[in-house]
Write a protein that binds this ligand. Structure first.
Ligand code: HAX
Length: 388
């Protein structure tokens, strides 16, 4: 059945299924296929994974890869947009409870930026936000860790990853390795089709003409759920809980988790039917950057053992590794040791993809008129009607 026919044949069976599989719009930035995973503007992710994140963000906003001159101009434009309103974020972060989840801090940070400096132009605001995220992220870490003293001035002439690292000032870490891991993490997580929950939420909020910043905060609140972005936090917690890379012990651990009806994190996917190319890339990166890391040894064994064990259950459509299997291990290796922060990196990346999709929906769709305010239909149940 084609997508068009599906559109015309919504039945009672589709109700209360979270709009699963129901076409609601078109997406200009990315799509996902069962074997090659996510594509950005037509390019399979495997072709983009090693590029600088600035160039891939350019692709999402402009629908073509930049020439050398365009790349340089785009980086300069991001630098020019990068400065945060003086002192505002610092004052807000200083007042937030440190026991709050980092994703809640990120959401407050986005609202803070929006209150201080919204232009009302979708494209301007989306690019300003992309440019300001590294400093927001760096300050988020510094204030939560109680390291607010001596934060260096923001050098907006640096690239996006370097600006975060410069604000963070990590101790005892190989900065070149950290830069490569973070750049890859961001590129791999920038976008994932139009209908994932956070992207959909961001576009829905923007359809009511809330600001770009308020829309992005909505998107990040959606991403913070354990069934969505926060799965990457759970995945490293799972790896740390295994504590051995011995294949027999790992297999016994997996069987124990399945018997206890717990998920084997880092495996399976709703759409992919092969190993996620984002996982494949990160495994290759890990083999190059940290082959002796003890957590990397665990996920290497998991990758060998888990698909075989999971494939014994015919219900599991894809027993192979997904994007979350290796990302936490790589972040951990470069000194970002606390899994509770991992969804903020996911969110940082998605700000670009969701921002580009919001710009498309608000300024390009329907010959530039933009998608109207979202209003799916809900059918009243008889019981509800009796109380009206
Ligand atoms: N461990 C245990 N059970 C699994 C499983 C896994 N890794 N993968 C699938 N299953 C189970 C499902 O829970 C489902 O069981 P029920 O029929 O009892 O509900 C059954 O197998 C069929 O599932 P499916 O059709 O193959 O996959 P779904 O689309 O339902 O679920 C999930 C996809 C990613 C949620 C699932 O594979 C899972 O829970 N994986 C482990 C958690 C995880 O790694 N999450 C990160 C996902 C990363 C991602 O999607 N990024 O975009």
């Amino acid at each position: 059945m084609s997508d068009d026919e599906t559109l015309l044949s919504v039945t009672a069976a589709h109700l209360n299924t979270g709009l699963r599989g129901i076409p609601v719009g078109t997406c200009r930035t990315s799509f996902v296929t069962p074997t090659e995973g996510v594509h950005y503007c037509g390019y399979p992710i495997a072709e983009l994974a090693a590029m600088d994140v600035e160039d891939v963000i350019y692709l999402l906003f402009n629908k073509e890869l930049p020439t050398e001159a365009q790349s340089k101009a785009f980086r300069e434009a991001l630098s020019a947009r990068g400065a945060l309103p003086e002192g505002t974020m610092e004052a807000v972060f200083a007042a937030l409870p440190r026991e709050g989840h980092p994703m809640d801090w990120m959401s407050v940070g986005l609202h803070t930026l929006g209150m201080a400096d919204t232009t009302g132009d979708w494209n301007e605001d989306a690019l300003n936000l992309v440019a300001r995220m590294p400093r927001l992220m760096g300050l988020l870490f510094r204030y939560r860790e109680g390291r607010a003293e001596g934060i260096p001035a923001d050098d907006t002439s640096l690239g996006l990853v370097d600006r975060f690292i410069a604000t963070l000032q990590p101790d005892g870490v190989d900065l070149a390795v950290m830069r490569e891991v973070l750049n890859a993490y961001l590129v791999l997580h920038l976008d994932h089709g139009g209908g994932n929950l956070s992207t959909f939420t961001g576009k829905a909020t923007a359809s009511g003409k809330a600001t770009l910043y308020a829309s992005m905060a909505s998107a990040m609140n959606s991403l913070s759920g354990p069934l969505h972005g926060r799965a990457n936090q759970s995945c490293l917690e799972f790896v740390l809980g295994i504590g051995t890379s011995d294949p027999e012990e790992v297999e016994a651990f997996i069987r124990g988790e399945l018997a206890a009806k717990r998920p084997v994190f880092g495996f399976g996917h709703a759409v992919l039917r092969a190993e996620d190319p984002r996982a494949t890339y990160q495994f290759a990166l890990g083999e190059r950057l940290c082959p002796d890391d003890e957590n990397f040894a665990i996920i290497r064994t998991l990758r060998e053992v888990a698909p075989r064990v999971l494939a014994e259950n015919p219900k599991i459509s894809n027993p192979n590794a997904n994007v979350d299997i290796a990302s936490g291990t790589l972040l951990h290796h470069v000194g970002l040791r606390k899994p509770e922060y991992y969804t903020t990196f996911f969110g940082w990346a998605r700000v670009a993809g969701i921002g580009a999709q919001i710009v498309d929906e608000r300024t390009v769709m329907r010959d530039g008129k933009g998608t109207p305010i979202y209003r799916p239909k809900y059918i009243a149940e008889e019981q509800t009607l009796r109380h009206v």
